[in-house]
Design a protein around this ligand. Sequence first.
Ligand code: ZN
Length: 502
Amino acid sequence: MSVQQTYQQLEAWAKETALLESVAGVLGWDQRVMMPAKAAPHRANQFALLSGLIHQRATDPRVGEWLAELEQSELTQDPESVPAVNIRQWRREYDRMTKLPTELVMEFARTTALAEKAWEEAREKSDYPLFKPHLQKIVQIVREIAERYGYETEPYDALLDQYEQGMTAKQVEALFAPLRQHTPDLVARLQNAPRKPNTDILHRHYPREAQERFCRLVTETIGFDWQGGRLDPTVHPFAIRLVPGDVRITTRYYENFLNPALFGTVHELGHALYEMGLPQEHWGTPMGESTSLGIHESQSRMWENFVGRSRAFWEYFYPIAQQHFTALQEVPLDEFVFAVNAVKPSTIRVEADEVTYNLHIILRFELELALMRGELEVDDLPSAWNERFEKYMGFRPPSDAEGVLQDVHWSGGMIGYFPTYTLGNLYAAQFSESAERELGDLDAMFRKGEFRPLLEWLVQNIHQQGKRYTANQLAERITGKPLSAESLLNYFQRKFPELYGI
Ligand code: ZN
């Protein structure tokens, strides 16, 4: 068989696996949006069967043989070519999958399924001891997974690499250090400013239907394709591409709080536009997939914050918002823009403002690192959380439900995931600067409701690249410099003191 034929065989194999994964995707969307509660045990069985089939296909010895042949061939000569990128990433996935014995994969799935249930109850009752034994077991399994994957410096690197390929704890520490150093000062300056945002206006009555109509309008104005996607209500919002031509976003509506639906929808829209902008002809292969979670988050954060919370964006949308919401009819534009940009330390990460958000992530990263290094025990996690939280935010969370128990990630075994949120903010800040440099005055476009130039720039520079580059390489190619906290800190300094009149 020729090298070309081997490549085509592996590509067809990978695309069929992707079809199977997309079936699991449909079931996952259904579970979170539509499924009645009583179906849960059977749905778990459906997932278990599918993951078994997918794992079998992914670790099939023939995949290893095909890869060994292809790696010796001329197809890998140009590392940026489509076949070379696919072969490189297929190798990575194959090695990772085969390093974990099936029993460990299944034990991980069972443990996290039980842990997630226990966590829900523990959070509801603010009862950490209910969750603790589950977390102990998860930390133990995750340590074993890290050992099996292997690492150069520390176990955490092997976990982080699952979400942000090539990134290490040491690099993350260096990237986060300036944020940790400068954010508390900025927050204190804003808190002491004479001007205060009136956030009460966001808690007036906002009828659900009006919110939905407005969110749909914003979404399609920016560039969401209704022929290739949906927007539905759910408890925990997310975005997912099932297959090319089917990208679904979800949001939640509170009639007494405008922000969650509005900014949540624009956030998920950012993820969706990335999925819509990927090279669809490569679907089912690494070239058709997003670069990393950090880059994915850069897209959601860019649209949610850098665009969606800018004054220029609201100069265009605010008159339309006032037609949708009687609650805003007497509220001047500037008062609204100030309110949606209020900076205030708070307990819950997902409700945090742009500035304090990163402190929530730094806190989690530091605790995870200590857990994986064996410097912190699961027993002592709540007190470690509260101490560190007070150091960063100036007060202690009133309960574990608003502290250590608030996020789902650890119950799902996703240790090493949190840093990608702040990495997303850092990437977004650098990408925004480059887009502005290349496209000119973006605010002037937003004021006229023109979002296509920015979207097309993102599609061309980021989305269409698939997994051709690592996140770091991509950032350097686009922005001309390695990732750092500088652009994000400069953006904060430009934006917030002015809003607060200092
Ligand atoms: Zn996101």
